[in-house]
Design a protein around this ligand. Structure first.
Ligand code: G
Ligand code: G
Ligand code: MN
Length: 287
């Protein structure tokens, strides 16, 4: 009994120590972020997306931070720190600006006709800004692009609070011509009834379901349901985290025609992306 108590206490101590370290880490990242943005320690990586004909249809833009002393900082950690400190607002704006500039450069260099757009992750705090729609529109115009060349990925979690405001802003962005996607779909609480009323173009099936397609019948059912929901609602559906051919086969057989994942390619810097996925496939350029 003593030992149980001791172990109990030790567990509590260990738990709080880990929590303490996480909080410290989060705070130190929060302090480093403003300087990091000023010194341009961030860079964009691009992960290719394909259709069922194995044609390149676009890429997801993923932010990376190379801190001089820490090396690459885990994106989930620094995104959270940026969200909490508010730095996500200037940082997110920087991501949109750089993504637009990069896409414009690639358009000028030549892209395959199958290439539709770049997808950018938008954090809740960024999306809720009063003038978010105007800001993103300005970035697209400055770069000489059209709104439908940019896909805005928002998460299901955003719909849990202030649904009315979120939907209103989605409608506005939709009317402006932006392409709207719901990221990590299936992990939240979306119900079919309100999903059908949202101005959405695309659902992104969360990678957790894709990962276990071969092992877990429940996940197969969920994936199949999401695909059929998207088809009935006239939305595109893309599977994230495709790593193996049997996952691709299952997805294709159920009517999911867009894919992203290590099976095709990892996120890579801009130059490598162009060399590997565009110059490497020189047929069917459109300019
Ligand atoms: O590929 P990766 O490890 O980068 O992504 C980790 C998490 O960080 C994912 O949830 C992804 O959506 C998020 N993320 C990556 N880049 C950005 C970004 O530019 N803005 C926001 N808000 N989130 C991002
Ligand atoms: O939350 P979001 O869907 O934006 O997250 C994208 C994240 O998924 C990035 O961290 C990206 O690096 C990661 N990712 C992309 N493809 C794969 C994959 O095939 N397997 C795994 N494990 N992660 C992936
Ligand atoms: Mn995403």
């Amino acid at each position: 009994m003593y030992r149980a108590k001791e172990e109990g206490r030790a567990t509590v101590r260990l738990f709080s120590k880990v929590m303490h370290e996480e909080i410290e880490q989060n705070l130190s990242l929060q302090m480093l972020l403003p300087g990091a943005l000023q010194e341009e320690q961030f860079m964009l990586y691009f992960q290719p997306q394909f259709n069922h004909r194995q044609e390149l249809i676009g890429a997801e833009v993923l932010l990376r931070w190379l801190e001089p002393n820490l090396g690459f900082v885990r994106p989930d950690l620094f995104i959270r720190a940026a969200e909490e400190s508010g730095q996500i607002v200037p940082l997110g704006d920087w991501v949109i600006k750089k993504a637009c500039e990069q896409l414009k450069q690639w358009c000028d260099m030549g892209l395959p006709t199958s290439f539709e757009r770049l997808a950018v992750n938008i954090s809740p705090r960024q999306f809720m800004l009063e003038d978010f729609a105007r800001r993103v529109e300005a970035r697209v115009e400055e770069a000489g692009l059209k709104p439908n060349q940019l896909e805005l990925e928002i998460t299901e979690g955003m719909l849990l609070t202030r649904l009315d405001q979120v939907v209103e802003k989605m409608r506005l962005l939709h009317e402006m011509g932006f392409y709207m996607a719901l990221d990590d779909f299936g992990t939240g609480y979306s119900s079919l009834s309100y999903l059908s009323t949202l101005p959405l173009h695309k659902l992104k099936i969360d990678q957790a379901f894709v990962r276990d397609i071969g092992r877990d019948k429940n996940d197969r059912v969920i994936v199949e349901t999401i695909i059929s929901m998207a088809n009935h609602l006239d939305m595109d559906v893309i599977a994230e985290g495709v790593e193996e051919s049997h996952q691709l086969e299952f997805l294709t057989s159920k009517g999911c025609n867009q894919y992203q994942g290590y099976y095709f390619g990892k996120p890579v810097p801009a130059e490598e992306f162009y060399q590997t996925w565009i110059e490497g496939k020189p047929q069917s350029k459109n300019n």
